[in-house]
Design a protein around this ligand. Structure first.
Ligand code: F6R
Length: 606
């Protein structure tokens, strides 16, 4: 959700900024802009649309050794050139890029307006540019600190000032910001993806931290102007990880990566001898693990749906009551935090504002929270008391796929640990470990069925509305299937418990509303088949995601057959064909798969 890049050094900033912005485009893509500070002062260019549109609008010779750039996902004001960032002061001396939301922007705007400031945009960011320009502080750092004391909300900002061409000043509060350390050059970005081409030496700013960035280095400091000695760390990421690598879409690349990424995630984490998982990062010993009487899982969107099947896995395997709640709701209902509940935050990006706030709420009330997070060093990963890194590698497509599979596996590992300090036997632990070990090969088998899944998807793409049904373990799978489908095909897709159909939704079934049924081979197969008969009796058509050996009433019903694993782990595999189903339906419809309308990766605002 919005991307920031910044550069200062000996190269021309323009190509560095444009390249960085293209790598961040998945964060927001309705408009983009750059400000470059060169011998002719600061030149600002903004454009509606994609980074390539911005690039096409730039003059051939746009040179300068310092600059900032932004790719936007509109929050305050629609996507127009005026509302794109960088926002500038009236005299254009100050340029600012900003991720986040300034809550008191309206009040500050009124005050500035009363003093005769002419606003050129509807953004909240513009107030920052005017306030920095009007600050009486003698240094840029002083001016930025001045402004930070007056604004409320969340932000990552980078500020460029013509009077101080040797530096960028950046600040973070609630929205990620990273410095990249080069050889006599420095980079700034809201996301590692924009840095990997240039450096793997990075500094993650903390909330409340600022930095002065010059060509020769950086200085980090607090809002109280105390230096915060930060040492750069090395990140394990290269260009191949964030590139398309010959694929047409990131989403398909990320789906196909799953066999190898899952294998990597499991490496060193399975303990066959004792039938358990090794999760040192949890920072919880057997006694502590035994002490918890409940598990509460917090995440948003698809992460919440995986949290739901995580909760049922934990209940089945460890026999502890567990449930999942959208983090976006949890934090607003003054939740009761219990000392003997293990809270688990689940997030791919580790930056989702709703989830990060839920983590803070748990901690503020003395609860114990661990994270299942993909992005190393992200806000949520750092705020949690411990956790399990997902090791899915960078996920660029807005629609989450491989990270969700990794979350499912993360919950299985957690369930094993919680189960083995309770009543789960070594033999049962070993049974689950064998199941986990076979997941990479089984995903490979599902992926090999892609041509058939693509045909089924093409058949569904014509429907304006679809149902996805499942029950118990299959219901979160159905929810995630509907979510993926609606996100990128823009078709109305709704998930129901198969058991609930007869209590209302059946009224909608007719020949125009197909249903995708999740039909695992388990103790509920017959009941699921009965629900499917009710659909067929009302002229509804079906696509069935099922296991080998399950006999359908009508053998002609389109089916996708998924290899059977242990019943507790089946939801992980049943979700994979639904990723391909959504992908191919969107492809049939000719949509922009990696950048669906109205959405952006990583929702860092509330
Ligand atoms: C769906 C999707 C979103 C995210 C949600 C949470 O494909 O990507 O629903 O799952 O916004 O994001 P993270 O996992 O980054 O916290």
């Amino acid at each position: 959700m919005c991307g920031i890049v910044g550069y200062i050094g000996n190269q021309n900033a323009t190509p560095v900024l444009i390249e960085g912005l293209s790598r961040l485009e998945y964060r927001g893509y309705d408009s983009a802009g750059i400000a470059v500070l060169g011998s002719r002062g600061t030149q600002v260019f903004r454009s509606v649309g994609r980074v390539r549109d911005l690039e096409a609008s730039l003059p051939r010779r746009l040179a300068g050794k310092a600059g900032i750039g932004h790719t936007r996902w509109a929050t305050h004001g629609p996507a127009t050139e005026d509302n794109a960032h960088p926002q500038t002061s009236e005299d254009r001396r100050i340029s600012v890029v900003h991720n986040g939301i300034i809550d008191n922007a309206a009040t500050l705007r009124e005050r500035l307006d009363a003093r005769g400031v002419k606003f050129a945009s509807e953004t909240d960011t513009e107030v920052i540019a005017h306030l920095v320009a009007r600050s009486e502080a003698s240094t840029l750092e002083g001016a930025v600190l001045d402004v930070l004391s007056r604004i409320a909300g969340t932000y990552a900002i980078a500020v460029l000032d013509e009077r101080h061409p040797d530096r960028l000043v950046v600040a973070r509060h609630g929205s990620p910001l990273i410095l990249g350390v080069g050889d006599r050059e420095m980079f700034v970005a809201s996301d590692l993806a924009a840095l990997v081409r240039h450096t793997t030496s990075v500094v993650h700013l903390d909330d409340g931290e600022l930095a002065t960035v010059t060509a020769s280095g950086f200085r980090t400091f607090s809002r109280e102007e105390e230096n915060t000695a930060k040492v750069p760390t090395s990140v394990d990421l290269d260009l191949e990880d964030v590139g398309l690598g010959g694929y047409r879409h990131y989403m398909r690349k990320e789906i196909l990566e799953q066999p190898s990424s899952v294998e990597r995630m499991l490496r060193g984490r399975l303990d066959e001898r004792f039938g358990t998982a090794r999760l040192d990062g949890l920072n919880l010993g057997p006694r502590e693990l035994r002490w918890f009487r409940r598990v509460k899982i917090l995440g948003c969107g698809s992460a919440h749906y995986v949290g739901q099947f995580g909760a049922s896995m934990i209940e089945e395997v460890a026999r502890i009551p567990a449930d999942a709640e959208p983090a976006s709701e949890f934090r607003y209902r003054n939740p009761i935090i219990e000392p003997d509940t293990l809270y688990v935050a689940v997030s791919q990006s580790g930056e989702t504002a709703d989830t990060a706030f839920a983590v803070q709420e748990v901690k503020r009330k003395g609860g114990q929270i661990v994270g299942l997070v993909n992005v190393v060093g992200s806000t949520i990963a750092r705020e949690c008391d411990g956790g399990i890194y997902l090791h899915a590698g960078p996920e660029v497509a807005v629609a989450s796929t491989k990270a969700l599979t990794h979350m499912g596996i993360g919950f299985a590992l957690l369930a094993l640990c919680l189960g083995r300090v309770r009543d789960l036997s070594i033999a049962d632990g070993q049974r689950l470990i064998a199941g986990l070990r076979s997941i990479p090969d089984q995903i490979q088998q599902i992926l090999a069925d892609e041509p058939h899944i693509a045909e089924v998807a093409a058949g569904l793409a014509g429907a304006q509305s679809l149902f996805f049904i499942g029950r118990v373990r299959g219901f979160p799978v159905a929810r995630e299937g509907a979510q993926k489908f609606k996100e990128i095909s823009y078709r109305h897709a709704e998930a129901y418990q198969a058991s609930e159909l007869k209590h209302g939704p059946l009224a909608l079934i007719d020949e125009n509303l197909p249903t995708v049924a999740i039909l695992p081979d388990d103790e509920l197969t017959d009941r699921n088949l009965a629900a499917m008969q009710q659909i067929v009796a009302r002229r509804g058509s079906l696509v069935v995601i099922t296991h080998p050996g399950v006999t359908l009433d009508d053998p002609e019903t389109p089916r996708v057959t998924v290899p059977k694993n242990e019943r507790e782990l089946d939801p992980i595999l049943l979700t994979v064909p639904l990723q391909l189903l959504a992908y191919h339906a969107a492809l049939t419809l000719g949509h922009d798969i990696d950048k669906p309308r109205n959405l952006a990766k990583s929702v860092t605002v509330e």
